[in-house]
Design a protein around this ligand. Structure first.
Ligand code: TRP
Length: 434
């Protein structure tokens, strides 16, 4: 079976795919809205600290474990100890749950592309977004369309599609972002947005914010769901996965910061509320576009590129359950994709409707969409990352000297993997969920 496993054509393909997985809606949609709900600059500070210190460790552990064992998530865990199989299953399950809300946002993007193409004139974008997300038929159709596209690319094998998306579309996306930043910074009161983003108010530190920052850090780097493990298992000959990890972290953080600098000045300039939640970007950005000459063209370009970024991430999310289904149940990729399509659709449709007719259905006071977003990022992903560190550090005995030349850093990695990161993850889970 392992002879038939797919593999990347080159080191570059792998890096591009991994960066494509990392850079997505997490950077442009989720980062600003979670930051807005958690006190702005102080959140950014904690988030960056986590990214620059502890995230590297589970990331390397995942990549290396994949590269070393060369199996899908569940089989990889099982091969270390049959008892870990159930923990392994938690990864594809988390993937299915993440896709069930991620793809809804992908559907919103499709709607905004169409809006730009039609050049629809809207004055109150907040009201528009609220009304749109309450509809049943269009939102469900767009969600399913986005899901279908991700499944379609994944079914065909992703090499060509991902390569194109990342080689050409991502740099283009960065260019558009920089253009929009320049515009955003020239808006009246732009400085308020920058202050909100960069002037931390230490009185706003609290346990929920710490956990939210951890959740966002893991989410944006695609850690804690087996995506990096699965992508790592397709590596044939990359001797330097450390450098690959730096590249992923650097590009991902860059995109998140660019998104923040584009969004927050505009939020303050238009008098919007940074803490308004999941619709934040879908209300702010159209405002920006409506102020720019030929804004509808810029809007179409922006949302098409965001769409590309979302697809490359979406593919990596479903690749995890697909790989597990193919390898464990010995079914074809196409069959696995069809089954997964049905499973995700069955969860995603009620989730899509949770803004409209299913609005009254609440779990822990949250609608289904917010609940899935919260439960995956703030509970399942930290848990998966915790299990991963423990298994990699204590059972598989992955050690830093395997990929870090500097002896001191290698030692630090070992201690981090075995003790520090698990303790931090447990503490943040404990204080954040209390
Ligand atoms: N990191 C992606 C983003 O920022 C989302 C994503 C892709 C993801 N693959 C993942 C999140 C795996 C968690 C696990 O949009």
């Amino acid at each position: 079976m392992s002879d038939n496993r797919p593999s990347w054509t080159s080191r570059l393909t792998f890096i591009l795919a991994a960066v494509g997985s990392a850079v997505g809606l997490g950077n442009i949609w989720r980062f600003p809205y979670i930051m807005g709900q958690n006190g702005g600059a102080i959140f950014l500070l904690v988030y960056l600290t986590l990214i620059l210190t502890i995230c590297f460790i589970p990331m390397m552990a995942e990549l290396y474990m994949g590269k070393f064992i060369k199996k899908d998530c569940v089989s990889a865990y099982e091969s270390i100890n049959p008892k870990f199989k159930l923990l392994g299953y938690l990864n594809p399950i988390t993937g299915v749950l993440i896709s069930s809300f991620y793809f809804i946002v992908g559907g919103w993007i499709i709607n905004y592309v169409i809006l730009g193409l039609k050049n629809t004139q809207i004055t109150d974008f907040a009201a528009y977004f609220g009304t749109f997300t309450q509809t049943s038929v269009p939102t469900c159709i767009f969600t399913l369309l986005f899901l279908f596209m991700c499944v379609f690319f994944t079914a065909r094998g992703v090499k060509k599609g991902i390569e194109f998306a990342n080689n050409i579309l991502m740099p283009l996306f960065a260019v558009i972002l920089v253009g929009l930043i320049i515009f955003s910074l020239t808006l009246p009161n732009a400085h308020l947005g920058l202050e909100y983003m960069f002037k931390p108010d230490f009185s706003k530190i609290n346990a929920h914010m710490l956990l939210a920052a951890l959740g966002q850090a893991l989410f944006t780097l695609s850690i804690g769901m087996g995506a990096l493990l699965t992508y790592g298992s397709y590596i044939k000959n990359d001797k330097n996965i450390t450098k690959s990890a730096y590249t992923i972290i650097f590009s991902d953080t860059l995109f998140a910061l660019l998104a923040g600098i584009m969004i927050f000045p505009a939020i303050f300039s238009f008098g919007l509320e940074p803490s308004s939640g999941a619709g934040l970007v879908f209300v702010t950005l159209p405002y920006i576009f409506s102020q720019i000459p030929h804004g509808n063209i810029v809007s179409v370009a922006f949302f098409v590129l965001l769409f590309a970024a979302a697809i490359t991430s979406g593919i990596s999310i479903i690749e995890v359950p697909i790989a597990s289904m193919v390898e464990r149940f010995k079914i074809t990729r196409t069959k696995a994709c069809s089954i997964l399509f049905c499973i995700i659709a069955a969860i995603a449709i009620p989730t899509t409707l949770s803004f409209g007719i299913l609005d009254g259905f609440k779990i822990l006071g949250k609608n289904l969409f917010d609940f899935l977003d919260f439960a995956t990022s703030n509970l399942l992903m930290p848990l998966n990352a915790l299990f991963l560190c423990i298994i990699a550090g204590w059972f598989l005995k992955i050690r830093g000297h395997l990929f870090l030349q500097n002896k001191f850093f290698a030692k630090l990695f070992d201690i981090g993997l075995k003790y520090i990161v698990p303790i931090i993850l447990i503490s943040l889970l404990y204080i954040g969920l209390r």
